[in-house]
Design a protein around this ligand. Sequence first.
Ligand code: ASP
Length: 420
Amino acid sequence: MKEKKKPGLSTIIFISLISGALLGVLIHYYVPSGYFKDTILVGGIFYVVGQGFIRLMQMLVVPLVFCSLVCGSMAIGDTKTLGKVGVKTIGFYLCTTALAVCVALATALVVNPGHGIALDAVEKSEVTAAETAKFADTLLNIIPKNPIGAMANGDMLPTIVFALFVGVLLAKLGGKASTVSNFFSQFNDLMMEMTMAVMKLAPIGVFCLIAKTFSEIGFSAFLPMLKYMGSVTFALAVQCFIVYQILLFVFTRLNPMKFLKKFAPVMMFAFTTATSNATIPMSIDTLSKKMGVSKKISSFTIPLGATVNMDGTSIMQGVAVIFIAQVYGISLTPAQLLTVVATATIASIGTAGVPSVGLVTLAMVLNSVGLPTEGIALIMGIDRILDMMRTAVNITGDAVCTTIVSYQNKSMDVNVFKES
Ligand code: ASP
């Protein structure tokens, strides 16, 4: 008798995603508001299970990133290789983000999402003008005044810096610090084990999160915004399925379809949670187990990317700038468009990958070309769904870069990637 193949994690998460979304839409339209819907179902079961799952993932982030970075930099040992990996990664991140903004601007300039939109036809939300940190401070904040404080706050960049220091110096101390090195290695194994255990809950978590989101989304607000949403979605798809895959193929000759298939569960997780930060453990684990990417590299590049590389976010910002300019009847000069590319590229550096952060940094991009920040109110109401999509693109960009850097650094087991 032929043995029935067990469905893989991708399939199960996909089924949870679709069924959760359908249930959410049904609840939105057919279950009347009241104690059962609002308190028991949406605000109770879905909220507690969904958030509980995100918290479990978040719980792993700091200890996992710290230990795996210490172990990774300890294994690489010399600062020269580490520096080379760092420069290459940051260069790659900046270039892909600049490319992403160009894709977004080109799409928006063709589609003209803001033409024909009457200001009062769009549902506006309150904008709380967010304080954007000065770039100089963002740079300074990379050095932790208090590493424990940085870890306690979940600040990725200072945590990365401290972990790299610890790892490199442990390698230098060698046998003299073997107790500490062993401690970190074993703690790292423990964290990976915990990641796997938590990931088993992904289908249930994803189901509840997506059901809650869809039961609360006001679909009627989408209508006047369809052109804007379509432009963002199109540009995100181009970046994710064309730009990244061409880069992957050109630099590594690996099969892009295989990459996408293996990485799909992580993309779906990022989609449902809309946070790159919480996706870090799953990304590192998937890249290592399914694609043979060395954790020495991924433990550095993935958390770094979650903070500094947000291509999907910059795409939304590129389209939003054109949209807002068109709605307010302001035309932008080519020089202003270049300013948008530059500011959107640096806007995300130093901001954590958490839900809606892209709207906060959008204020900085709008300011750079003198557009009214109140324009953000126009797109806030429908941003959640775009946030979900762009987060999936954000983390895919990090993973593609990690795979390329790992391949070029000869720290990738290509046979693992080729296995089906
Ligand atoms: N939610 C996104 C992320 O975590 C950031 C954003 O665009 O708002 O990557």
